[in-house]
Structures are given as C-alpha cells and as structure tokens.
Write a protein that binds this ligand. Structure first.
Ligand SMILES: [Zn+2]
Length: 241
C-alpha cells in the first residue's frame, strides 16, 4: 500500500499545477524527522510550490526552490496548530512577542534575548543594523512601552528576514542550498555558545541537504520559478568545501 506521501507526490505530479502547503503540528513541524525530506521531494515534482505559515524555515524552503514562503506576523500564525478541545471559553493570553535573532536563525522571546544578552554582553548576536533597529542591540525593544513591543518586534523580524533572504538567495539553486546548510550549522553553533537548547529544525535542514549536489542526484538542480530577483553583490556565506 503506498504511503500518504507517495499518494500526495503522485497527485501533485499528475495535476502539475502550483501548490501551497501548510504543515500542521503541535510544535515546529520542520523539527520533525522526515518533514524537510518530504518538502524537498515535493519540490522535486517541479511544480511551483509555496509554503505558508512558516517561521525562519521559510528561508530554507526558498533556498531549496520554493517560489514563495510566508512567515506569520506573530507566534500563532507561524505554525498551524492542531485543533484541540478547550475546557472552557477562557481567553488565553497572547504570548510575549518574539524577535528574529539572525545569527541563530531563530525566533526568541524578547525577555529571553534580554536575559541572554546580560550573560553574554560581548556577543555580536544582539546588534542589529536593520531599518527598525538602526544599529541598536535587540533588547532596545524591551525598553519601549508594552503596547509598542509586538509591532516593533514584527518590524524588526520582517527586516531581518528580508536581509537574510537577500544574503541567501541567488541565481544558483544548488549554491543556495549549500549556503543555507552552512548557515544552519553556524546558527546551531551560536545557539550552543549562548546556552540555548538545540533547535531540531537546524539539524533537519542540514541532514536533508546533506552532501554537495554533485554527489546527491536527489536534489533539484534548477530553480523552477522565483518571486525574488537575485541579489548581486550581497553578503553571502561561503558554502562548505
Ligand atoms: Zn533589527
């Protein structure tokens, strides 16, 4: 009996029309074994693919050939959580805002960033040159009135993700994949350096991309379509040799 993934892949190939996917899970779906591999298999179907309700893994999807990827403006919109029965109609409080820490390819709560910065004040993870931060360190948002923090966190995160996208995405899909893989390894290193727990998605992306494409024929070699023009002269990370 074919697996659900095989059925999906067969249908996508048969209809050959653009597809948008949302992965439902109670935590980060891209941290689950097999999900990134499945996404790459979908991209191998060579139909335009969009990935919705993502977090930083949206960048990984773009680097692996997705034509577009959407990142939620707040935590509840960055994943599709399974519907569970609630015991009452009590309104749940909205979680504190999170910001993208670019060097770690991660969203972290503002309070976590501020506490970690106090323990590691000399780390260059906190400085941000985006339009919103203007060269300040990320915990500056904590010193603004509470009602402003979510909007500022969103604006910074949007700027930071756009800057990462410009660094990562170029005309060569294989190079983009290797660049993303290298950035995931660097991000995992920086998370360890400041004492943050491992982020499984960073490992999953590295494992799924694996060896250089010349040794791995399963990876798509051309970009099927793109919504973002190549950035010339951008600050790319050198892929591993
Ligand atoms: Zn910023």
């Amino acid at each position: 009996m074919p697996s659900a993934r095989d059925v999906l892949l067969r249908q996508v190939r048969a209809f050959a029309v653009p597809v948008a996917v949302v992965v439902e899970y109670e935590a980060d779906p891209f941290g689950v074994r097999g999900v990134v591999d499945g996404l790459i298999e979908l991209l191998n179907c060579e139909v335009p693919l969009l990935v919705l309700r993502c977090d930083v893994s949206a960048l990984g999807a773009l680097c692996c050939g997705a034509v577009a990827a959407a990142v939620g403006t707040r935590a509840a919109l960055r994943h599709l959580y399974p519907m569970v029965p609630t015991p009452s109609r009590r309104r749940l409080s909205r979680p504190a805002p999170s910001v993208v820490v670019s060097g770690c390819l991660s969203y972290r709560r503002l309070g976590t960033v501020a506490r970690t910065k106090r323990r590691h004040p000399d780390s260059n993870l906190w400085w941000c040159g985006c339009t919103t931060c203007g060269g300040r360190e990320l915990d500056w948002i904590m010193h603004r009135p509470e009602w402003m923090r979510e909007r500022l966190s969103f604006q910074h995160s949007l700027d930071a993700l756009a800057e990462l996208r410009d660094q990562l995405i170029g005309p060569d899909l294989q190079r983009d994949q290797l660049t993303w893989r290298a950035r995931c390894a660097i991000a995992a290193y920086w998370r360890r350096e400041v004492g943050w727990e491992p982020l499984p998605a960073l490992d999953r992306w590295q494992q799924a991309i694996g060896l250089p494409p010349s040794d791995d024929p399963s990876l798509p070699s051309r970009r099927p379509g793109r919504s973002i023009p190549p950035q010339r002269g951008s600050d790319r990370t050198t892929p591993p040799r």
